[in-house]
Ligand binder design. Structure first.
Ligand code: AMP
Length: 368
């Protein structure tokens, strides 16, 4: 869901809000017994909460509002403006403040300033949402609906630059804004690396080739490199957990990326699931798996040709090459089903000139 320039994701459903409001109503009604309270809503954000709250309140009550403003965009500002103050005498009354959200507590400090000289019988604070990690004051919060992490939210009265107050549920600002994430897929020698080089420039993406990362580690004789080498030299897959941990670390190194081209990953179902989980943690997703389709015999010839100059042990021997292709069909080709089931699989003819193939891939990406 987009408001102005920012993406939000669903966070708290209407049903959960309703149950929370009802629970708060019960607690407060039980505590106040036969007292007729004055509920004071803090505008603008609390209007929906106050409305639902007083509709559910089982006994007589009064309702009024004060209007304070503290937010500019998505940041809480120091400067609290008192736009409309108290308009009635509350001497001797039991007052319950109804706040939509308490984060730093600055608005609450202003509320306490307002009530300092009012001689009310009792001042109680009720807030629907509460960010404990952001709260910097000592004022007691008598009733708390839902504790939430320190992330910007909208909906159910809360806005982002004017929009979102009308939404019946609550949304949270996405950690990562829009990304394009591609899995470039195909058997060894299909041209994934070559094409990734063009695509990363064209679409401003970060290219992660797990094979390249392993080879870099082997060259630098790291522990990871030593471990991977034994498998790679035979054309076998490196164990999943090793590969997944490495991939996660590579993605984390590029936390600000516009998106990724994954090349050579995922190669197994476990890896595909791990990648979905990782993307989910970044509030993002894989947009497409694009497979370069090339005939086996063409692959063998291409790899033998590459082996003359690449210096790769696994490109030099026809048996190892055939084993890599067999591994691909045995373990990796099933991923076509994984992404087809999510409607994300795109097959592209991988035979032709480099430019022709880039053109075919771009067409798929531009239409995503
Ligand atoms: P590549 O450069 O993609 O052809 O990969 C070369 C070799 O690195 C493979 O044959 C595997 O031994 C290892 N490798 C690369 N990516 C993976 C992966 N996702 N899972 C397991 N092994 C991998």
């Amino acid at each position: 869901m987009k408001l102005h320039d920012l993406e939000f994701k669903p966070f708290i459903r209407a049903k959960e809000i309703e149950q929370t409001v009802n629970r708060m109503v019960t607690e407060i009604a039980n505590d106040l017994k036969d007292e007729i309270p004055v509920f004071v809503g803090i505008l603008n954000g609390s209007f929906m909460f106050v409305s639902d709250f007083v509709k559910a309140y089982p006994k007589p009550c009064e309702v009024t509002f004060i209007k304070l403003a503290s937010y500019e965009g998505v940041k809480s500002t120091d400067d609290i403006q008192r736009l409309i103050g108290l308009t009635q005498d509350l001497t001797g009354r039991t007052v319950v403040i109804l706040e939509d959200i308490i984060d730093s507590g600055k608005t609450l400090a202003e509320v306490h300033r307002i009530f300092k000289n009012e001689n009310v019988k009792e001042l109680k604070i009720a807030t629907l949402f509460y960010k404990p990690e952001a709260y910097k004051k000592d004022f007691k919060l008598h009733y708390v609906g839902i504790e939430i992490p320190t992330k910007f939210i909208v909906g159910y009265g809360l806005d982002y630059s004017g929009l979102g107050r009308d939404l019946p549920e609550v949304y949270q600002l996405k950690t990562t804004q829009h990304m394009t994430n591609l899995v470039l897929f195909g058997p060894p020698g299909a041209g994934k690396g070559t094409q990734a080089e063009f695509l990363k420039e064209k679409y401003n993406l970060v290219h992660i080739s797990t094979g390249d990362v392993f080879r870099y580690n082997i060259k630098n004789e790291t522990a990871l490199g030593m471990l991977a080498k034994s498998y790679m030299d035979k054309g076998e897959l490196v164990p999943d957990q090793v590969t997944i941990d490495m991939l996660n670390a590579e993605v984390e190194k590029n936390a600000d990326a516009n998106g990724f081209i994954f090349d050579g990953f995922p190669r197994t179902n476990a890896q595909a699931k791990a990648l979905d989980k990782l993307m989910d943690e970044k509030d993002s997703q894989i947009n497409a798996m694009i497979a370069l389709e090339v005939d086996d015999e063409v692959l063998v010839q291409r790899l033998l040709e590459r082996g003359k100059t690449s210096g790769r042990a696994d490109d030099a021997d026809e048996n190892i090459i055939r084993n890599r292709i067999t591994e691909y069909y045995k373990k990796t080709a099933i991923l076509k089903d994984f992404y087809s089931a999510q409607d994300k699989f795109y097959g592209v003819d991988g035979v032709g000139s480099i430019e022709e193939i880039t053109e075919r891939l771009s067409k798929v990406i531009d239409n995503l």
